[in-house]
Design a protein around this ligand. Structure first.
Ligand SMILES: [Zn+2]
Length: 332
């Protein structure tokens, strides 16, 4: 038995894992407290990841330096509560994206057809909350009605694919839902928070003629797999209207409610409850600051901060310092 056995779990903060992407920028420097590496384009900060290749490291308290995977394996009940028998890996992957240029037009698999999902991976439904956007920023989510496989294939050859995608002009606070099987992309200076199933399967359909300056080559496309994944016809992808659940002591809006995650946005300045009995929750600071109170100890949350509240912590009080906006994420 390791030393972790007697450990009381507490709110966990993790080191962000920065990822080079040719379409990225340097804007995450103002969002996250950990300094950006080098001076090249950083497209993604993985802020909560239980992937074999990229493991989040605990940044605070007695478990500092442990990976999320190790905490999952050694303290499953304390961390996951009633969900502990269902998940060996933490089922969500959380990121901030800084899309300075357009990402490739891409699609992730849904659960069906499952042969497109690599062994050990899952389908990937994802969703974005827009943090920053510029005048020319763009999000594309889903196909315009009437777009057939034939039309889409032709548009790849003549470079007109954008004409067949549902375009959104993003503004801060927008919530966009991308179920598996949805053709999507974003870019031209938009920063989003992303919640997704713990999967790294992406099929690129089109890459706008981008050349990767590191390899001096275009990035590979996976057109056939992408076509096999795309859900043609009706879809619930796109801009989501927030559903107001409560208005006191703070405003609580539900943005996403799907088979893989629930996400609320909480706005206000009065103390309120975060966390839940016997299940883990994740908090993400969007605007303003405050503190999570657990066992009489304050855990500071500001813009860009991400905290994992273990199941064992249960309900905690959040004390805003002035007006705060945060996201709370649950696993259904
Ligand atoms: Zn995606």
């Amino acid at each position: 038995m390791g030393m972790m056995d007697k450990t009381q779990l507490y709110p966990l903060r993790f080191e962000p894992i920065y990822q080079y992407r040719l379409w990225g920028g340097r804007r995450l420097a103002s969002l996250l407290s950990a300094p950006l590496p080098g001076d090249g384009p950083i497209g993604e900060a993985w802020v909560l990841s239980d992937r074999t290749d990229y493991q989040s490291l605990v940044a605070n308290g007695p478990l500092k330096g442990q990976t999320l995977g190790e905490v999952m394996a050694q303290l499953p009940e304390q961390l996951m509560g009633k969900l502990s028998s269902r998940f060996r890996r933490f089922p969500l992957l959380l990121k901030f994206l800084d899309a300075h240029e357009m990402l490739s037009v891409q699609v992730h698999p849904s659960d069906d057809p499952s042969e497109l999902i690599p062994a050990g991976d899952t389908a990937k439904t994802e969703a974005w909350v827009v943090i920053e956007a510029e005048k020319g920023s763009q999000i594309y989510a889903g196909l315009r009605s009437g777009t057939t496989a034939g039309i889409l294939r032709e548009s790849l050859d003549d470079g007109t694919i954008a004409d067949h995608l549902v375009g959104i002009t993003p503004k801060p606070g927008d919530a966009v839902f991308i179920p598996g099987g949805t053709v999507h992309t974003l870019g031209d200076d938009v920063v989003v928070f992303e919640v997704q199933q713990n999967s790294d399967t992406t099929f690129r359909l089109y890459d706008w003629g981008h050349i990767d300056p590191v390899t001096e080559e275009p990035r590979p496309l996976q057109t056939d797999q992408a076509f096999a994944c795309i859900e043609f016809g009706a879809s619930d992808s796109g801009l989501v209207a927030p559903l107001v659940e409560t208005t006191t002591p703070v405003k609580r809006e539900r943005l996403f409610d799907c088979h893989a995650f629930l996400l609320w946005r909480v706005l206000g300045q009065e103390p309120f409850t975060v966390g839940a009995k016997a299940e883990p929750r994740v908090l993400v600071g969007i605007e303003g600051s405050g503190q999570i109170m657990h066992d009489g100890i304050p855990y500071a949350l500001g813009k860009g901060d991400v905290w994992l509240l273990p199941a064992e912590a249960g309900e905690c009080t959040f004390q805003p310092r002035g007006e705060i906006t945060l996201l709370e994420i649950a696993i259904p």
